[in-house]
Ligand binder design. Sequence first.
Ligand code: AMP
Ligand code: P6P
Length: 333
Amino acid sequence: MQPKTLGEFVIEKQHEFPYSTGELSTLLNSIRLAAKVVNHHVNKAGLTDILGAAGNNNVHAEEQQKLDVLANRLFIDALVNREIVCGIASEEEENYVSVAGMKSDNMNKYVVLIDPLDGSSNIDVNVSVGTIFSIYRRISPVGQPVTLEDFLQPGRKQVAAGYVIYGTSTMLVYTTGHGVNGFTLNPALGVFYLSHPQMKFPEKGKIYSINEGNYVHFPLGIKKFIKYCQEEKDDRPCTSRYIGSLVSDFHRNMIKGGVYLYPPTSKHPSGKLRLLYECNPMAFLAEQAGGKASDGYRDILDIEPVELHQRVPFYVGNRDMVERIEEFIQIYD
Ligand code: AMP
Ligand code: P6P
């Protein structure tokens, strides 16, 4: 029997909410379409003149790869120009993009935050990259221009979150608060099929993912956790795996069991990962898959955001491993 398609799954879930207008389904289906278009370009990156830097930098003075710019444009066009949302914020845009109010008939109630192509430094070396998205209900009045507060909501208020991983196969993994489901693209048909229903972290994790090149700058608690993982004892030593692409490291750790760490470093004293469009969506997915996400002291989803591109220390994965990290931080830091 053919597995369910993503489109069928979205509609089936909508029917569980008899009063729904279909707006969230339309939004999820637009993300699905944009993901297929980005996938086409990511897979062709080696063949067309789209590799390499776009010749300018984004708001974080990071050199924008051409695919970054393209993915950003594709997702914004898919969501904003069709008025499927009232606003969108992106890692590649200094300010949020407002639709509600410019076109007064825009009565949509969702805002979306995206990292259009996370891990883009891997593009030119053919390592998997990903798109991350996060969806909230606006808190300002429908029909009015969106406000910054619509985007600065704690992660626990998310309506949906997910990622697309452009890897050996392309998958879309998302949650609306009722578990995590993974869909694999059949490139011949251009259809996502349900391949990983109700994804959960394994009971125990044995992988740790961290850039140990920053070791000398890590807080003592993180150094102690790394040495703990390397001890020959109990269910250790762990395996060290780090791709340099959050979506890929997270996806592998959710399937095999493990934890991803991006602690404060000398270059990024508040951590490198962005709270709104990287940490919150991955934290929502992690909790829905039985895992945990923390900044070392509190759940990521409980953090009250103060600015669009704020960074936080980020530890996400198996609950037992994240709790162990918190213990080491609270003892040594
Ligand atoms: P809507 O009016 O379509 O925006 O739906 C209202 C609410 O119903 C959403 O905010 C969700 O909480 C839920 N809902 C509607 N459609 C879906 C869907 N396809 N998948 C999961 N939840 C949904
Ligand atoms: P570093 C990609 O730029 C990213 O935001 C994550 O996807 C990835 O895990 C991390 O940064 C890699 O950072 O400093 O280890 O190269």
